[in-house]
Write a protein of this length. Structure first.
Length: 353
């Protein structure tokens, strides 16, 4: 069942500190096909730390994104957009086994123990994960009302109706995983330009998310400053040479050793948190790398060697048909994972995950 009035199309909008991206999917039989797409850069400080810092600039950019969209068809005025990762909370909590109409009251009582915000200052959504004799496990997503309200207001200014505002990890999981089959315990890492998100997926749901102090732009800056390169050349060197000791005389491997060391430490900390804080614990079977910054040369080999866990690059085309056009090269497709997951919710999802 679609969230949209027209069940055959769904419009997703990804908002980050640097970019706006849109994808409209069209349902054709069992296939999800990209109908419309676009990406533009946002002016500096238009979005700051996930918050709309300059509504007028943001609105101008959003209108430009819509006006210059590519593909065929009319863009829906109903949209599913993303909430900033560092302004959202995703928690698994246990509540007494009660009727469905009482669950929300139970969450309101218990959730403030798990997040640093008053219950009256947030919006939240929930999904039952499992139920036992005396209690049930519920996955709860929450975000401050002021953030949600600001996004709704600016989207409305663009004559768009926000059908849902979604946590980024949920959109990524939807596009990368077939939850009817994909039950492996795994870590998914989304490398962004300004921040990197890590989340652990197990038993058909997201168990927790972590925002890491690493970013593609940060690594590019280190390379540029160390080698005296312009930002554009440093970015190109990062992708081409990456962590390969046989490329660029191994110079970038040495320069980025602290960054890769920090990433490995954060992954190990996430694994320790999972093993020490969840009653049902299973072996981590794989690590999936996604996002625009996931295309470092040789990063898979380096992480596998250090962590002794299989590592792979995400496949954005598991649940959406690859349009096989030059626009969606490997790096571009990785950048569109979140927005495709947002649009996919409008076609296929019956819940917020």
């Amino acid at each position: 069942m679609s969230l949209f009035n027209t069940s055959e199309i769904a419009f997703g909008l990804d908002i980050s500190d640097r970019n706006l991206r849109l994808v409209q999917l069209r349902k054709k039989g069992r296939k999800n096909i990209i109908q419309l797409y676009n990406e533009i850069k946002l002016p500096p400080d238009c979005i700051r730390g996930g918050e709309v810092n300059d509504p007028k600039l943001f609105l101008n950019s959003l209108n430009k994104l819509i006006k210059t969209k590519q593909g065929r068809g009319k863009l829906s005025d109903e949209v599913i957009s993303v909430l900033p990762e560092d302004k959202t909370f995703l928690k698994i909590i246990e509540i007494p086994l009660v009727g469905k109409n009482q669950i929300e009251n139970q969450i309101r009582e218990i959730l403030p123990q798990h997040i640093p915000l008053a219950i009256d200052d947030i919006y939240f959504d929930w999904q039952i994960i499992s139920a036992k004799e005396n209690f049930q496990t519920v996955l709860v997503g929450a975000s401050p009302k002021k953030i949600v309200d600001s996004y709704v207001a600016v989207l409305s200014e663009a004559n768009l109706t926000p059908i849902a505002l979604e946590i980024e990890a949920a959109a990524i999981a939807r596009i990368l995983l077939d939850q009817t089959r994909e039950q492996k315990t795994q870590i998914i890492i989304d490398f962004g330009a300004n921040r990197t998100g890590l989340f652990l997926y197990d038993e058909g749901t997201i168990k927790f998310t972590v925002s890491l102090p690493l970013s593609g732009d940060g690594i590019t800056k280190i390379i540029a400053e160390t080698l005296g390169l312009e930002a554009e050349k440093a970015e190109r060197a990062k992708i081409i040479c990456g962590f390969d000791k046989n490329k660029c005389h191994g110079a970038l491997l040495e320069i980025m050793s602290d960054s890769i060391g920090a990433l490995i430490n954060h992954i190990n900390q996430a694994i320790d948190f999972y093993e020490n804080n969840f009653s049902s614990v299973r072996k981590i079977e794989k690590i999936v790398l996604g996002g625009g910054g996931a295309n470092f040369s040789n990063i898979i080999q380096v992480l596998q060697e250090k962590l002794n866990i299989p590592v792979g690059i995400s496949d954005p085309w598991q649940n959406v048909v690859d349009p096989q056009i030059p626009y969606f090269n490997q790096q571009k497709a990785q950048s569109f994972i979140t927005v495709m997951g947002l649009a996919l919710r409008g076609l296929d999802s019956k819940s917020f995950l």
